[in-house]
Design a protein around this ligand. Structure first.
Ligand code: MMA
Ligand code: CA
Length: 200
């Protein structure tokens, strides 16, 4: 009676072993897959992280560089306002010499091309040369960068080339007022204001 069941029993065992084998095989494959995918994920996360660190380091260096530039200007008495640094002189010079001083500082006499910038000029304390002249063609006002004057802030009655005195350079005469420009002889000695635009 036992013998009758023996073949059956061993067949069942074989089936069982095969099942176990297949299961182990599957388990192995699953484990390998998991292993690989974890590694890949980890690797991806690591390189993400590394990229982020690299980015932050670059940003930090860029900020340091800008701060350095800023610091240098501030130490040399420049004032920052809307993407430009401004240098207000403490002595007086003719318009050409004023312009030369600005050029030597890597800047030029101020070019006023916004209402805000004109408002900013209110902090001046006395007659100050700006970068506007009609020395090349009488009556054609041009900024030091060669652009033609569009929006202007002349004092009423100016420019007048007063008594044909060859008033070819422009000063801010009464900084406290909205309209403050006057044409004056370029040889007169006045304060001056330089502007250096920076791309921040
Ligand atoms: C001064 C001089 C001129 C200006 C007149 C305005 C007397 O001359 O600053 O440039 O136009 O004043 O009265
Ligand atoms: Ca004048």
């Amino acid at each position: 009676m036992d013998n009758r069941y023996k073949p059956d029993a061993s067949a069942r065992m074989r089936k069982l072993y095969r099942l176990a084998g297949v299961s182990l095989g599957l388990l192995f494959i699953l484990q390998a897959a998991l292993n690989i995918s974890l590694r890949l994920t980890f690797h991806a996360k690591t390189s993400d992280f590394e990229a982020m660190i690299k980015n932050l380091t670059e940003e930090r260096d860029e900020l340091k560089r800008k701060l350095n530039i800023f610091d240098n200007y501030i130490q040399q008495r420049w004032v920052y306002f809307k993407h430009s640094f401004y240098y207000i002189s403490s002595t007086t010079k003719s318009w050409p010499n004023s312009r030369n001083d600005c050029l030597q500082r890597g800047a030029d006499l101020v070019i006023i091309n916004s209402k805000e910038e004109q408002e900013f000029m209110r902090r001046l304390e006395g007659r100050t040369w700006i970068g506007l002249t009609d020395r090349e063609t009488e009556g054609t006002w041009r900024w030091v960068d060669g652009t033609f004057l569009s929006t202007s802030y002349w004092i009423t009655g100016e420019p007048n080339s007063y008594e044909d005195k060859n008033e070819d350079c422009v000063e801010i005469r009464n900084p406290e007022s909205e309209d403050s420009w006057n044409d004056a002889p370029c040889t007169y000695e006045k304060l001056w204001i330089c502007e250096k635009t920076v791309a921040f």
